[in-house]
Design a binder for this molecule. Structure first.
Ligand SMILES: Nc1ncnc2c1ncn2[C@@H]1O[C@H](COP(=O)(O)OP(=O)(O)OP(=O)(O)O)[C@@H](O)[C@H]1O
Length: 277
């Protein structure tokens, strides 16, 4: 196992007693979790959090709460070094269908996002730099309908990064992609986290191997049982289901997936997911 030294600083995301009910049905129960800014020697790299759980357990609901799109029934979400309550637009949220404005070119889609945060001239510079970084420059005059699935996805990630405050949620970024595209999305996620030490990407995925290989931290949403063995209503992320891969020597590094400890850990996670619902 490779040892990678690291240190933690201030929080960049705090979930404080988050619960959510719909029509008296408790979906999420008392979630307490925190992501701290991580520093590594000679590296300015952010973090990737893999977020897992059985289908229908509440991952999308928690993402919408973290993105400030819906308020929780109880608890708070605080974002960024200033630890401000999450508001719409603060947290980038790339949903599966990659929503872009169909009647605007790719360039204009990105410019609208960048102008939410920057003055027009600075916004243009940011858009041009992101078009280059995400290999989208040759397509900047195209409308979303004329982009490939992968290009739309890269555009949606760039759009959310341009207007958000370092935190970005990706909902199933690997689903429906061929192996070459999965490699490309992985490269982009690594690129996003290496852009800025504060950049944090939360990946909701059923693709445990691909996501764990990229992750520094994992959250597993599941149910708990009471002392009598009965299921407690409402899914939560218990402390033992908040894994710190940096401390386990399994945080992202070249070819981590080839290491025997990685394979054993993935099997452990799969088993935990099987028994968590
Ligand atoms: N607006 C709503 N009103 C009522 N119930 C809702 C609402 N939104 C979500 N739910 C319920 O909350 C639960 C969790 O849904 P959610 O979409 O978060 O699951 P998920 O873990 O993202 O599932 P999947 O992996 O299949 O996408 C489901 O039972 C769903 O029906």
């Amino acid at each position: 196992m490779t040892t990678h030294t690291h240190a933690y600083k201030d929080p960049v995301l705090t979930l404080n007693g988050v619960s959510m009910s719909f029509n008296n049905e408790l979906v999420l129960r008392d979630i307490n979790a925190q992501i701290l800014d991580i520093t590594r020697p000679k590296m300015h790299q952010g973090q990737v959090v893999g977020f897992y759980g059985r289908s229908g357990i509440g991952k999308s609901v928690l993402c919408r709460i973290m993105a400030g799109l819906i308020p929780p029934s109880a608890g708070t979400v605080e974002v960024g070094l200033a630890q401000q309550p999450a508001r719409p637009g603060m947290v980038g949220f790339v949903q599966q269908r990659y929503p872009l404005f169909d009647h605007r070119t790719l360039y204009d889609n990105l410019l609208v996002a960048a102008e939410r945060k920057h003055a027009p001239e600075v916004a243009r510079q940011h858009v041009e730099s992101y078009l280059e970084r995400f290999c989208l420059a040759p397509h900047h005059k195209k409308y979303p309908a004329h982009l490939s699935g992968g290009q739309r996805q890269r555009a949606a990630i760039a759009q959310q990064l341009l207007c958000s405050e370092h935190l970005i949620l990706l909902d199933e970024p690997f689903s429906g992609l061929d192996v070459a595209m999965i490699d490309e999305v992985k490269r982009i996620i690594v690129e996003v986290t290496t852009m800025d030490e504060l950049n944090t990407v939360i990946i909701v995925s059923h693709d445990i191997v691909t996501t764990t290989a990229l992750a520094d931290r994992l959250w597993l949403l599941g149910y708990e049982h009471d002392a009598a063995g009965a299921l407690v209503p409402g899914a939560t992320i218990s402390p033992q289901h908040q894994y710190n891969l940096a401390e386990m020597g399994l945080a992202w590094h070249e070819n981590v997936e080839a290491e025997p400890e990685f394979g054993q850990f993935v099997e452990h996670i799969k088993n935990e997911i099987r028994v968590s619902a």
